[in-house]
Each structure stands twice: as structure tokens, then as C-alpha cells.
Design a protein around this ligand. Structure first.
Ligand code: SAH
Length: 396
């Protein structure tokens, strides 16, 4: 049996069922576990704590499978875990009737560290981002197919996180039929085309589903600036909700080409929107110089902070766009601002946004807070799983 022995006093987070063990907490390793192999974790006085997957190259040397000593990491373990995750999604309100795409497995929050599974209509897109799930890939894929009855499973393990785990990038069909190049999904009142092979991440940002729907219900007659638009998302929601004019901005031209298709798919006239391929930071400055104003501005940037060392720089980025966003609002306008960095706490995000309003000389009040859609599970012992925060600010 391969063992990980922790240093004295370094068992506190595990006792609270946080699933990560960092290299600095480890006193010694007994035996020579292979990459991804299950290991037994003990504290300094010899008490068993957890069973996890070993990842020799990562800062996170062990990701915990289970805190129950009787639970072995075998086919039955994966079957139960996957079935529970899928069952939970089916129990969410509106799951079957309101949308045809959702996150079925949200990694650590679903007790499957490093595994993301998104369902797009009849197909699954999977990301194996840690050594443990990679080692058990074939059984996981087989069980996913059996549990969901999907037509095919496509892998998008092309992420820098794989490198940290000592794994090469991997993409391609894992089982069943090759999905079509574009899959059409329903999300409340909207339909989107998703390219799961060349799109970002698994193809679409499902976590913003409920927030896009909120904007749809509050955009009638407004001019809307949708920054970091990707394939249209919030801009399409605003247009379908009757916005007077939508301006989508993204640095990715393929994403904006898909925005045109998504607008067409939902019957939005070309006169209702414009797409601008640009760097948001530069374009907002240009708009400020031109004195352009909008009734609603959406800021949904990518993750600015990947690690604690990047947090200070990330804060400057969030503040910069917040200032610009506030400055471009019409009197009484609304700013929808989001952060998907797990390291950014809600309190810090609120403070940065307040600093932005102050610098922009705009008085604003928080009239709503947003978070990720509930299929992007937040697990209590793993606060990092609560990553998407948003604020709706009303300027006065
Ligand atoms: N709001 C979108 C998701 C945004 S993801 C939705 O609802 O689907 C973040 C997007 O920001 C990506 O499409 C990426 O291409 C874009 N992006 C990243 N940095 C950028 C920058 N500096 N300027 C413009 N777009 C940027």
C-alpha cells in the first residue's frame, strides 16, 4: 500500500474535507506510486485521513477521492459517483424542460477531481484535467455512456492544467458517434449553435445561463454593450428581450462569426446589433473618447487570476474595466459585472467594483448579485467551487 504521510499540523483542511493536498504539507511518501494511482493519506501521528489520486508533477500532489476508509476506488465507486451527479442534475428545477445543455460533472464539487463533463443535447464533452481521472479514463467514459445514453463522447482535454499534471493535451472522439460540427442547444428562450470541437473550453459557457436569462427579461428598449461576448451570449439574450441595439465585443473573430449565426438562428435582424472584434480594454477607452454611452453594459471577462500570485494584477484588470464601464453608462444605466476567478472573493470583488465607481465618479447601488447556474455545483468543503460572482449595479 502506497502512503502519503503529512507533516505535523497539516491535516486541518483534510479534516474539513477539503480535497487538495499541496506538496508543502507532505512529510514523506512510502512506496513509489504511479501517476494517478490511489494512495492512502495519514497524518503525522498515523491516523488514516483519506484516499486520493497521486500526481507527482503537480503542486497539488493528492486530490482526494474519498474520506471514507471503507470506500475503495473501483468501478463501483465511479458508477455511484457518476450516477449521483447525473441524478442530482435531473432533480434541479427546470432541468428537463428549460434547457438541453448542462454541466453533469463539476470536478471536485462532484467528487471527481479534475473531471468536467458537459452535456450538449445528445453528446457529452469531457475534460480530464488531473492525473487521477486520466488514469481511470476508460472506465469513466464507459460509465458516462451507460448512465446518460448519450450518442457520443468527445474529449477536449486541451488545457494548460494538463501540463501541470504532467499529461499531454488530448482531443478527439472517445466513444460512440462523432458529434456534428455544430450542435444546437436550447437555453430558456434562446437557441445557440455550439462548436464543441473548436469552441473555447467545452464549447460554451453554460454557467451564465440564468444570468443571461435575467438580462433578457430586463433589456427591452435599451442600448446594450456586451463586452467579452464570446458567441453572443448576453447580447443575444438582450436582443431577444427586445433591446433597441446590441454591441458585442470580443477579441475572437471565430466567436463573433458564431454570434452572427446565433442571432440569425433566433430571428434577430442585422440592424439590431453590431459585432466588434477588438480588445475590450482599448475599445472602451476609444468609446470614452468618443463619448459613446449605453443603457446597459455587460462585463464578463475571462479568468484574470490563475494563482494567488496573479491576484493583484487581476484586481487591477477588474478595476480598470469597472471604471470604464461606469464611465460609459447613461444616467440611470446598469452595469452587469462578473468575475469567474475562484480566487476572487465576493467581498473583494465588491470592493474593487466600489473603487471603480468611485474613480469613475459614478454613484451606484447593488440591486442584484449573480452566481453560477446550479448545475455548476458548489461544494461546501471546497469553497473554490464557488467561482462565478456577478453584480448588477444601478447608477444614480
Ligand atoms: N459572456 C460570454 C462568455 C465570455 S468568455 C458568454 O455568455 O458566453 C470570455 C471571452 O472574452 C472569450 O470569448 C474571449 O475570447 C474574450 N476575451 C478575452 N480577453 C479579451 C480582451 N482583452 N478583449 C476582448 N475579448 C477578450
Amino acid at each position: 500500500m502506497k502512503k502519503i504521510i503529512l507533516k505535523k499540523g497539516r491535516d486541518k483542511s483534510l479534516l474539513r474535507h477539503h480535497p487538495w493536498i499541496f506538496s508543502g504539507a507532505i512529510k514523506r511518501i512510502e512506496g513509489t506510486p504511479e501517476r494517478g494511482e490511489p494512495v492512502e493519506v495519514y497524518n503525522a501521528t498515523g491516523s488514516w485521513l483519506a484516499r486520493g489520486a497521486y500526481s507527482p508533477d503537480s503542486q497539488i500532489v493528492v486530490r482526494v477521492w474519498t474520506f471514507n476508509q471503507d470506500e475503495t476506488v473501483d468501478r463501483e465507486f465511479f458508477r455511484c459517483t457518476i450516477e449521483n451527479a447525473v441524478k442530482l442534475r435531473h432533480s434541479l428545477p427546470g432541468f428537463a424542460s428549460n434547457f438541453t445543455a448542462c454541466r453533469l460533472i463539476a470536478a471536485e464539487a462532484d467528487r471527481m477531481p479534475g473531471l468536467i463533463v458537459d452535456q450538449y443535447a445528445d453528446y457529452l464533452v469531457v475534460r480530464f484535467l488531473a492525473a487521477g481521472v486520466e488514469k481511470h479514463k476508460s472506465v469513466i467514459v464507459e460509465l458516462l455512456a451507460a448512465t446518460t445514453g448519450c450518442r457520443g463522447i468527445y474529449e477536449r482535454s486541451d488545457d494548460a492544467a494538463r501540463i501541470k499534471e504532467g499529461l499531454p493535451e488530448a482531443t478527439g472522439l472517445l466513444c460512440g458517434e462523432m458529434p456534428p460540427e455544430e450542435i444546437i442547444i436550447q437555453e430558456y428562450a434562446l437557441r445557440f449553435k455550439v462548436n464543441i470541437q473548436s469552441g473555447q473550453k467545452t464549447g460554451f459557457y453554460l454557467d451564465q445561463r440564468d444570468n443571461r436569462d435575467y438580462l433578457r427579461r430586463h433589456a427591452a428598449g435599451k442600448t446594450v454593450l456586451n463586452c467579452f461576448a464570446y458567441t453572443g451570449g448576453f447580447g443575444l439574450a438582450a436582443a431577444v428581450g427586445g433591446a433597441a441595439k446590441v454591441t458585442n465585443v470580443d477579441s475572437s473573430s471565430p466567436a463573433l462569426e458564431m454570434t452572427v449565426e446565433n442571432m440569425r438562428l433566433n430571428g434577430i435582424e442585422e440592424t439590431c446589433y453590431e459585432n466588434i472584434s477588438a480588445d475590450v480594454f482599448c475599445l472602451l477607452r476609444k468609446f470614452r473618447a468618443e463619448k459613446r454611452k449605453f443603457d446597459i453594459i455587460v462585463l464578463d471577462p475571462p479568468k484574470f487570476a490563475d494563482s494567488k500570485s496573479h491576484l493583484a494584477k487581476a484586481c487591477r484588470g477588474y478595476k480598470d474595466i469597472a471604471i470604464l464601464g461606469f464611465q460609459l453608462l447613461n444616467p440611470g444605466g446598469q452595469l452587469y459585472t462578473f468575475s469567474c476567478s475562484g480566487l476572487m472573493t465576493p467581498e473583494l470583488f465588491l470592493k474593487i467594483t466600489a473603487d471603480g465607481a468611485l474613480d469613475a465618479n459614478v454613484e451606484a447601488a447593488v440591486i442584484k448579485r449573480f452566481s453560477q447556474a446550479p448545475d455548476h455545483l458548489v461544494s461546501l468543503p471546497f469553497p473554490e467551487s464557488y467561482y462565478l460572482k456577478g453584480l448588477l449595479l444601478q447608477s444614480r
